[in-house]
Design a protein around this ligand. Sequence first.
Ligand code: GN1
Ligand code: MG
Length: 362
Amino acid sequence: MENLLSIVSHFRLVGHVQSIEPLGSGLINDTYRVRTTESYPDYVLQRINRTVFQDVDLLQRNIEAVTRHIRRKLEAGGETDIDRRVLRFWPAEDGRTYWEDGKDAWRVSTFIPRALTRETVNPDNSYYAGLAFGHFQAQLADLSDTLGETIPDFHNMEFRLRQLREAVAADAAGRVKEVTYYLDEIERRAEEMCKAEQLHREGQLPKRVCHCDTKVNNMLFDAESGEVLCVIDLDTVMPSFVFSDYGDFLRSAANTGLEDDQNLDHVGFNMEIFKAFTRGYLASASIFLLPVETENLPYAAALFPYMQCVRFLTDYLNGDAYYKIQYPEHNWVRTKAQFKLLQSVEAHIPEMHSFIGNLLTK
Ligand code: GN1
Ligand code: MG
């Protein structure tokens, strides 16, 4: 606490800090809520994980470009609740939007009041989430700043498979022998799952500015109306395929179980959430989506549980170097839960195609 207070003192904030407490459930950064005395805004303080985000300057420049662009659009559109619809980062004493204490990098944004995050959603919330992500991609479609890749090849499936194969070859934690069934299942799907990279190389599939971490707890819902106010966790906003945002939301929101459910009977793909989200997403995104993008939305729904399964398994084999874990087998449990979700998604693919086809011909 002492230490956190001294970090906050390096930012040019208004108000008097009263207390600092942990916030949220992210797997990468450490997040705190900074409470101030009444009538001043509260803040969110974050320690940026430097092992994951090696170029903090590029990261914050991306975020500044994105929030500036969205803020301008909101202003031009006459929006009155701007400070709840886009994040605001505060300058440190040297004017940059982050501060380094010699070891870690820190940043501060305004805490958005009367909002909540969710770990699960119902069809109504998902419809709003779909609208919000389609809208987010549309808002950023004319961003003139070129964004850097804050994590190179972040959602590149070919790259993620290479990382897995390297982890298998190294077998650093001696765990490969336990996981061979899953390795076979992953390899069997590898070519199909790399379809996006292939389509991109053929010049058929564009990259657009995407959020790239649209899991359900990365958005803020208005506590009263239930609408999505804004998306948070902007570290991975970068050029990618639209599949990233569509697929990662469904991976987390349409899962009937937890991302790390120990009981695989709980895990499955909820088609009601899928339908509501897809209706929302297409309502705001179909104006810019190409046929190759809409046709492949069911593929995107499968790609993200698959990719997450590969990433969790890779981390498990590497001895848990990347994701925060709560117990030694945690990444293994996550791997199995994501694979179960993938199987359930696969079973629904024809139904997804016909649902989307019907929506588009209406
Ligand atoms: C991480 O930071 P957080 O918890 O929102 C990860 C995502 C994964 C997710 C799995 C930078 O997101 O890519 O999908 O965990 N973020 C990064 O829960 O790797
Ligand atoms: Mg998060």
